[in-house]
Design a protein around this ligand. Structure first.
Ligand code: C2E
Ligand code: CA
Ligand code: CA
Ligand code: CA
Length: 278
């Protein structure tokens, strides 16, 4: 049986049949992964464009499995959502991010941490309690924690979602709408939802330095965000020329491989080299 498992883990994932087998193995391995600390968080710097400083990071979940190798969140988050494990996984992520933010604060290099929240965590109705308990457990000021939600997160039960987000924001936690420019993006929801920030999806940013239409599109989203008092973050910035366009458009924050890849905490520099670039 053990041999069979190993074989599945090594099967070519581009083959549909083996992708299915890998998904099945992911589903079976997930509970063990949570129990055995196979999860870690990596952190990707969020660069303040005007100053070049990196006062915040986004926490991104990583899973290294002995059989499956590195399992990407795009492979296992939806599995965790379907199995209901997302609630335990999500609580672990929030708690781990708070613990790390506390370590940074204690070391004299405070960084706010942004945590991705699944639609199902918001739908469960206890997100405020889960977050406040973690803050309390680690003695972390709310100003050092932010969350990122997606629009589908909000629309399952809009009144409940709005009430929870309002409570979080009034306690000092930033709430950004993630992946703006994909699937369900609508300007009216943007106006309705309690938010402090907007993250423009990588697909939006990819061509801003090569295609004037996409630059115009981003400019108009940026103008709407500004009118609504939202801080703007551009995702997936890979080229200096993209950063130049974003700076010209007045975008607040840049995130992407140009600045840094997601890194384990030990590999994040204390003072960011980019702090001298602006
Ligand atoms: P996301 O929230 O949109 O996160 C950004 C993704 O883009 C990350 O992928 C990041 O590694 C990648 N990225 C950042 N900069 C660049 C760039 O310049 N170029 C390219 N090509 N990619 C870049 P990752 O870490 O694989 O995460 C994928 C998705 O999985 C995330 O997308 C998020 O939706 C989800 N996810 C990750 N961690 C968690 C978590 O703790 N909880 C939940 N619910 N979802 C998570
Ligand atoms: Ca995100
Ligand atoms: Ca995103
Ligand atoms: Ca994205």
């Amino acid at each position: 049986k053990h041999e069979g498992k190993s074989r599945l883990g090594r099967i070519d994932p581009s083959q549909p049949a083996s992708r299915f087998a890998r998904q099945a193995l992911i589903r079976r391995s997930l509970p063990q992964a949570l129990a055995s600390k196979a999860f870690t968080l990596h952190y990707q710097p969020l660069m303040d464009i005007p100053t070049g400083a990196c006062p915040a990071v986004e926490a991104l979940l990583r899973w290294q499995d002995p059989e499956l190798g590195a399992v990407s969140p795009s492979e296992f988050i939806h599995v965790a959502e379907h199995s209901g494990m997302i609630h335990a996984v999500g609580r672990w992520v929030i708690d781990q991010a708070c613990a790390q933010a506390r370590l940074w604060a204690d070391a004299g290099t405070p960084r706010a941490v942004s945590v991705n929240i699944s639609p199902l965590q918001l739908a469960a109705g206890n997100l405020v309690t889960v977050i406040h308990e973690s803050l309390q457990r680690h003695g972390l000021p709310a100003s050092l924690l932010n969350i990122e939600i997606t629009e589908s997160a909000a629309i399952t039960d809009l009144p409940s979602a709005m009430a929870q987000l309002r409570t979080l924001i009034s306690s000092g936690i930033g709430v950004a709408l993630d992946d703006y420019g994909t699937a369900y993006s609508s300007l009216s929801l943007l106006r309705e939802l309690p938010l402090t920030g907007l993250k423009l999806d990588k697909s939006f940013i990819d061509t801003i330095d090569t295609d004037s239409t996409s630059a115009v599109l981003v400019a108009s989203v940026m103008a709407s965000a500004r009118a609504l008092g939202l801080r703007t973050t551009a995702e997936g910035v890979e080229r200096e020329t993209q950063l130049e366009v974003l700076r010209d458009l007045g975008c607040d924050t840049a995130q992407g491989y140009l600045i840094a890849r997601p890194l384990p905490p030990a590999e994040l520099p204390d003072a960011w080299p980019a702090e001298t670039r602006a």
